[in-house]
Design a protein around this ligand. Structure first.
Ligand SMILES: Cc1cc2nc3c(=O)[nH]c(=O)nc-3n(C[C@H](O)[C@H](O)[C@H](O)COP(=O)(O)OP(=O)(O)OC[C@H]3O[C@@H](n4cnc5c(N)ncnc54)[C@H](O)[C@@H]3O)c2cc1C
Length: 454
């Protein structure tokens, strides 16, 4: 890998080329993921803040509703808070005034929520997800399975989550042996890449993860995480530790770096962590990770994979900081997050082979920037992975695979109840005014979508 500075003008020109090629490779009829999904709730919600808040509260109570009547009562109750409902909502509210109308409305709402959830969730169990994972693989797309369920409150729940993760590793690894060969997905410059890949959340592995007493949570999670690392190593699978809100960031980072530096994990498994570019101090976090690769983490058989994301807890971080009177730890201008994402992308790509790099974004500019920078460093695309979320990034994932670049889809697995927090987060993100997918859905021209963040 050639190191050093890349000329800005050259980079922009290459980025435009890559971005246009990717946009041209988006599957026909799917250039607009939000519209293509015929998701009226998302479209309506993105136009009206009050309606959006009402829908979020509704989606939250759906799993607790026991009957269709119950569901419709909640729906009309929440929608009743919207002062000037758009026409379809006004119709729904009129239906809610009779018992028969409520039952019909409840059925429609339940179907709507399920339909929306199924866009994002690939199956209720790892076994049920296997068909989708195999089809993705056949189409040249790797996967990472995420078992839904976060913020565990009891030891029993944490234990059950760890057991479900263990079962997922066994189930996926077993099935993946029969998948056809896909050399581009199975090897990079650092060696073999596991077919089976599981993403886990530390907050689900312990009920004790508290910002005021991080050591207790770390110790409790360490035992369960060690078990999963051992299982992943025995099966030759990859284990990825997701990043959550800032109050657990330091504990999760320390836990991952400490465990992976233990002598028993020197030879494996392949493992990774997440860097969030919306955090103002993320460049310092990358310094910590790079110091680790040169120190305690040096000489591991599999380089640590760093998945770069912008961060999924933006609203939470802003509200939390305001409540405490703190300065927000996240950027408050979207372009700052985007610019930082690009700076971190460049540093990560320049840090190979000490690290493996995964760029996770649905933003065509962010993705094209990473691919272009890799190319200008002399890379052939083998040592960079692009990652997308199931349900939001499918068209982009297909376009990336069509360019013979390595892509992985993050596939949530679980039931609707467990999926609610995940679903609400995805909805919040994509109905926000500061979202690439929302801009794309509005029909913002390609040149503008690919322009430098400002
Ligand atoms: C495969 C995959 C795995 C992921 N894993 C994780 C994970 O482990 N942890 C995690 O936190 N997230 C994770 N995410 C989600 C990710 O952090 C983003 O929320 C999501 O991808 C949207 O970012 P984008 O680049 O695709 O879209 P864009 O539309 O370009 O960016 C949206 C993002 O910009 C940021 N933003 C929005 N408004 C503002 C503002 N006013 N000021 C500053 N910044 C703003 C937010 O981070 C928001 O999510 C993952 C995403 C993918 C694709």
């Amino acid at each position: 890998m050639i190191e050093g500075q890349v000329d800005d003008a050259l980079l922009e020109a290459r980025l435009l080329e890559v971005g246009k090629r990717l946009a041209g490779a988006l599957p026909a009829g799917m250039r607009n993921p939000l519209k293509a999904a015929d998701d009226k709730a998302m479209e309506l919600a993105s136009q009206d803040a009050e309606l959006k808040a009402a829908l979020f509260r509704f989606v939250d109570v759906v799993p607790a509703c026991r009957s269709l009547d119950d569901l419709a009562r909640h729906l009309t109750g929440f929608l009743g808070e919207v002062e000037e409902p758009p026409p379809p909502v006004a119709v729904a509210m009129r239906m809610g005034s009779s018992r028969a109308g409520r039952a019909a409305l409840g059925a429609a709402a339940a179907t709507g929520v399920k339909h929306m959830a199924h866009r994002f969730i690939v199956g209720e169990s790892p076994k049920a997800a296997l068909g989708t994972l195999r089809d993705l693989w056949r189409g040249g797309i790797a996967s990472s399975v995420d078992l839904l369920g976060e913020a565990t409150v009891t030891q029993g729940e944490a234990q059950r989550y760890a057991e479900r993760c263990d079962d997922a590793l066994v189930t996926i690894s077993g099935a993946a042996r029969d998948w056809p060969e896909r050399p581009a997905l199975e090897r990079d410059g650092a060696g073999a890449l596991p077919r089976a890949n599981l993403s886990v959340k530390v907050s689900a592995l312990t009920p004790l993860l508290r910002p005021d007493a991080p050591e207790r949570g770390k110790r409790d999670a360490a035992d369960r995480l060690r078990g999963l690392l051992r299982r992943a190593r025995a099966l030759g699978a990859h284990l990825h530790i997701d990043m959550e809100s800032l109050d657990s960031r330091d504990a999760v980072l320390e836990l991952v770096l400490e465990l992976l530096a233990e002598p028993e994990f020197r030879d494996g498994p392949s493992a990774g962590m997440v860097l969030q570019a919306y955090l103002r101090d993320s460049p310092a976090t990358l310094d910590t990770v790079l110091d680790w690769t040169a120190g305690a983490g040096a000489g591991r058989a599999h380089p640590l994979t760093v998945r770069l994301v912008k961060g999924a807890y933006w609203d939470h971080e802003i509200v939390e900081a305001a409540q405490h009177g703190w300065n927000a730890p996240v950027f408050d201008v979207k372009a700052d997050s985007d610019r930082n994402f690009e700076q971190l992308t460049r540093r990560l790509l320049e840090s190979r082979p000490a690290l493996r790099v995964a760029i996770a974004s649905h933003n065509l500019r962010s993705v094209a920037h990473a691919i272009a920078y890799d190319q200008l460093l002399g890379g052939d695309g083998r040592d960079i992975e692009l990652q997308v979320l199931r349900g939001l990034g499918d068209p982009l994932g297909e376009a990336i695979a069509a360019q013979e670049l390595r892509v992985r889809t993050y596939c949530p697995v679980g039931d609707l109840v467990a999926g609610m927090a995940y679903l609400v987060r995805r909805l919040l993100e994509n109905t926000s005014n500061d979202s690439f997918l929302a801009d794309q859905a509005k029909g913002v021209p390609l040149e503008e979508l690919l322009a430098p963040p400002r």
